[in-house]
Design a protein around this ligand. Structure first.
Ligand SMILES: [Zn+2]
Ligand SMILES: [Zn+2]
Length: 247
């Protein structure tokens, strides 16, 4: 991890411009600090170290499972609103992928999305991209967007749309600032998100892929999926960078 001073200087240098940044601070990997030859933000070996999700998984929500061919106990209840959900990797606090997502989300390191978004086009999430007509993302409330300046899920979705040339639709709206999901139990999470999203335009696409950074209990993406179906989508697929597990 690069030290605080250097990080602050890099932030300043980024505002000044990349040509000056290159002279005084050649690009470094956000995670390990190793020098990078190109305008990358995470080096190849850190990207390779992210723990990918592979089979066996729950066939519905993509959670790692003891064996192939079934669904997990949550999905067995049969009330998931999304059609399929998949995540690229495992979310383990303190590990590379979780650190990179935290940097993107909480430290305003917007540029990290450029190296993280292409991961969605690989592995389990990449398989979903072959099956959808449009992309969308989990929105932030207006207040949160003001505080954070950008929506990390939107950055990821825009980049994936550029890579794959699948069109991006923006219709979901977060209605009110709810309590941060991280503080709540599963039951409270479900209560907290119910009715907190709406849409502002109908959707002309049948199979829509909803993009977010982390899948925890799935309550947020499930509520968004319900609203997207109200808006006209026939099936909603979900792709997240990481899956918190167990969870
Ligand atoms: Zn690195
Ligand atoms: Zn499941």
């Amino acid at each position: 991890m690069v030290n605080f001073l250097e990080k602050a200087s890099r932030k300043f240098a980024r505002r000044v411009g990349y040509s000056i940044l290159d002279i005084f601070y050649p690009p470094h990997c956000y995670l390990c600090g190793k020098g990078l030859a190109t305008h990358r933000y995470i080096c190849e070996s850190c990207l390779d170290s992210f723990e990918r999700i592979t089979d066996p998984i729950c066939e519905k929500c993509g959670k790692p499972a003891p064996e192939s061919g079934g669904v997990c106990s949550e999905c067995a209840k049969g009330d998931r609103e999304f059609f399929l959900a998949r995540s690229f990797g495992l979310y383990r606090p303190g590990k590379g992928l979780a650190e990179a997502i935290a940097g993107l989300k909480y430290e305003g390191e917007k540029a990290l999305s450029k190296d993280l978004a292409p991961l969605l086009d690989k592995g389990k999430t990449g398989e979903l991209l072959e099956d959808v007509d449009a992309l969308t993302f989990v929105p932030l409330s207006r207040k949160k967007l003001r505080d954070r300046k950008f929506n990390q899920a939107e950055l990821l979705a825009r980049k994936v749309s550029q890579i794959t040339e699948i069109s991006l639709v923006q219709t979901l709206v977060k209605l009110e600032a709810t309590r941060p999901q991280a503080e709540l139990s599963r039951e409270e999470r479900l209560e907290n998100v119910r009715g907190s999203f709406d849409y502002d335009e109908t959707i002309d696409h049948d199979r829509v892929l909803l993009i977010d950074d982390v899948f925890t209990t799935g309550s947020t993406v499930d509520e968004c999926s319900r609203v997207l179906k109200d808006a006209g989508a026939e099936r909603v697929y979900v792709a997240t960078l990481a899956r918190s597990y167990p969870g």
